[in-house]
Design a protein around this ligand. Structure first.
Ligand SMILES: Cc1cc2nc3c(=O)[nH]c(=O)nc-3n(C[C@H](O)[C@H](O)[C@H](O)COP(=O)(O)OP(=O)(O)OC[C@H]3O[C@@H](n4cnc5c(N)ncnc54)[C@H](O)[C@@H]3O)c2cc1C
Length: 613
């Protein structure tokens, strides 16, 4: 790395040169940075928070791999379950690749130091999660490898230690503002801000990898960290990248009622039962075979229906109960200690004695920045067929120098609904794969990278400059960033949560338009330079608004029910017209489509079937 001061007309910034930039230090970013650094490349890893505060740290239940330590298992069964769970919208080539890699990547994590829970025989402990089966749907499998109920914490800390050992250069508490392109539209760097003192920096590199995580903050009730604001998606959209499958948001069935924080699926994997106000274990009505272990979209809908039909618990009849009281105390103490902590801290109850009040909470973004298996960002041509029904594979145009991995990316292995335990797997598998691809490129082209003569930096600085002036003449000083964020979260919850229909979604699209107009006029009052949270929130809100808009517009356009997208006015899945990925193009404000990949490389393709649980 070397750096220089570079004055501009109105803003100064410092320059840095690296082989590759990784934006994000969650599980995806850390795995990628580690692989690149170990291959001898110079990597800058940027994170707006201290790396081990990334949302991966909150992952509870575990990571899937067909290790067959507890029940007989094969990667092919894992592949079948993932495709079925995705409601057939997942790309079968990518799913096949992920499931094949799973056992190896989990053993690799073990060697990095992840303290997995153990069986008596010393092998990695595996628990049952929803949608897992043996022999293509026959009986329940136990596939989720866990470190008690703090698996993400264990993985993230081990990867952090490995990165420290490898010497990865970290830009902690630095906020990435925008991607920089050269005159050939290649991504050649990123503009970042040091949050500690507001200084601007530019990192130049041949390859930039987005690993910025999810955007659950578009909804009021969610299980996500407050930093999950879709910044990578906003940055990608601003350079014209469409977002894929944004109508598909997972509502986790068991969030703490009224608060949203997560009660892991591991509780049901260990034997927890969902009950309504009549004490009835109601899942038997919705999924007679697997009951509580149906996939998440099915369980979330079942809870919402129980409440809507008046069988909810409490004074307002607005939640159901997750009952663990019949489980042996040592299971709760040893396998679910984090869940017990959450209940004691936020609800003042001990799940050993009392059931937990739960209701669906926004949890995970299935859509994101479209990529291929190597993590390269793809930008299908805008002239793509608007009513595409076929299943042939289009040649995919990639954006030179830009990659995306982890929750911000849509590769797409989760399709319309993600299975529990598959995201931690996705982030490490594709983190490593993207790094391998970048490494190969860097090795082939060993000429040191230099800053391009022509690039987009000056207009990015102009965009940012807006937040450096308090109350410009045009600004509405009565309004503020936080009020606008709350308005966005409210309208998203009204129009785009578990159940959707045309009227409510249209109202949300219209409301977002008005909210965008408010945002265009707002200014910030705080002009301090030390950890200016108001300015950071404004920058995050701009990204959140673009994610919310992509979500509402894609959801309104899809006139069927599939996976997590449940429309009461179109309640059937429609493979004839809708077995295709959505692509929301922000500049054109339009949704186009591309086919689902139904051509795995080794296994025979899985033909869409009705999902029965
Ligand atoms: C409560 C909870 C429990 C979960 N449990 C499980 C589970 O048991 N199993 C499972 O498979 N999945 C689980 N998931 C999902 C899974 O944890 C996430 O999808 C995954 O960890 C995301 O990893 P990531 O690396 O893509 O992003 P993250 O871990 O969210 O990291 C994002 C990174 O990007 C950085 N960043 C973002 N924007 C900027 C910016 N503008 N500038 C600089 N840096 C930026 C952040 O600082 C952070 O370092 C859970 C999710 C939640 C919320």
């Amino acid at each position: 790395m070397n750096s220089t001061e570079q004055p501009t007309s109105f803003l100064d910034y410092q320059e840095f040169f690296f082989d590759a930039i990784v934006i994000g230090a969650g599980g995806a970013g850390m795995r990628a940075a580690l692989a690149l650094q170990q291959d001898g490349h110079q990597v800058a890893m940027v994170s707006k928070v201290f790396p081990t505060r990334s949302h991966t740290v909150a992952a509870q239940g575990g990571i899937n791999a067909a290790l067959a330590n507890v029940s007989d298992d094969q990667w092919q069964w894992h592949m079948y379950d993932t495709i079925k769970g995705s409601d057939y919208l997942g790309d079968q080539d990518a799913i096949e690749f992920m499931c094949q890699e799973a056992s190896h990547i989990v053993r690799e994590l073990e060697h990095f130091g992840v303290p997995f829970s153990r069986l008596e025989n010393g092998k990695i402990y595996q628990r049952a999660f929803g949608g897992q089966s043996q022999n293509y749907g026959e009986s329940q499998a136990k596939r989720t490898c866990a470190a008690a109920d703090r698996t993400g914490h264990a993985i993230l800390h081990s990867l952090y230690q490995q990165n420290i050992a490898a010497g990865t250069e970290m830009f902690d508490e630095h906020f990435a503002l925008d991607l920089i392109q050269d005159e050939q539209d290649r991504v050649c760097g990123v503009l970042i801000q040091d949050l500690q003192n507001s200084k601007l920096k530019v990192i130049w590199a041949q390859h930039t990898l987005l690993a910025t995580g999810g955007a659950g903050q578009i909804f009021r009730t969610n299980s996500n960290a407050s930093i999950n604001t879709g910044d990578g998606l906003g940055m990608a959209q601003r350079i014209g990248v469409p977002l894929q499958d944004m109508e598909f948001w997972q509502f986790h069935p068991t969030g703490v009622a009224g608060k949203g924080m997560l009660i892991s699926e591991a509780t049901r994997g260990e034997g927890g039962i969902l009950r309504n106000a009549e004490n009835e274990p109601f899942m038997i009505k919705y999924a007679p075979k697997v009951k509580e272990l149906a996939s998440r979209d099915v369980v979330a809908r079942a809870i919402a229906i129980e409440v809507e039909e008046g069988r909810g618990c409490g004074a307002n009849k607005d939640y159901v109960l997750l009952d663990l009281t019949h489980l042996p105390t040592d299971v709760i103490e040893n396998r679910l200690p984090g869940i017990r902590d959450i209940c004691l801290t936020f609800l003042g109850l001990d799940p050993i004695d009392k059931p937990i009040p739960v209701f669906p909470t926004c949890h995970y973004m299935m859509g994101g920045i479209p990529t291929n298996i190597n993590g390269q960002v793809i930008q299908p041509d805008i002239a793509i067929d608007k009513n595409l029904h076929g299943t042939t594979i289009e040649p995919q145009k990639t954006i030179s120098g830009l990659y995306a991995i982890g929750e911000c990316a849509c590769v797409s292995v989760h399709g319309a609904n993600r299975l529990g335990g598959n995201s931690l797997l996705d982030i490490v598998v594709f983190g490593r794969q993207a790094a391998r691809h970048i490494s190969a490129q860097l090795q082939q082209n060993s000429i040191p990278f230099s800053r391009p003569q022509q690039h987009t930096l000056s207009h990015l600085l102009e965009r940012y400059q807006r937040w450096l002036t308090a109350e410009p003449e045009t600004a509405n000083t009565q309004d503020n960033v936080n009020a606008i964020k709350q308005a966005m979260q409210k309208t998203m919850e009204q129009g785009c949560s578990v159940f959707r229909d045309h009227t409510r979604m249209q109202q949300t699209v219209d409301a977002l338009q008005a909210i965008e107009e408010r945002f265009a006029k707002v200014s910030i009052a705080d002009q301090s330079q030390i950890f200016n949270f108001e300015r950071t929130s404004a920058l995050e809100l701009e990204n959140l608004l673009s994610v919310a808009k992509a979500t509402a517009c894609s959801a309104l356009a899809r006139t069927e029910s599939r996976g997590a997208h449940t429309r009461i006015d179109h309640n059937e899945r429609d493979d004839q017209d809708w077995l295709k990925h959505s692509l929301y193009y922000p500049q054109q404000d339009t949704v186009l489509y591309k086919p689902v990949n139904m051509q795995p490389k080794q296994h025979a393709p899985f033909i869409p079937q009705k999902r029965v649980y």
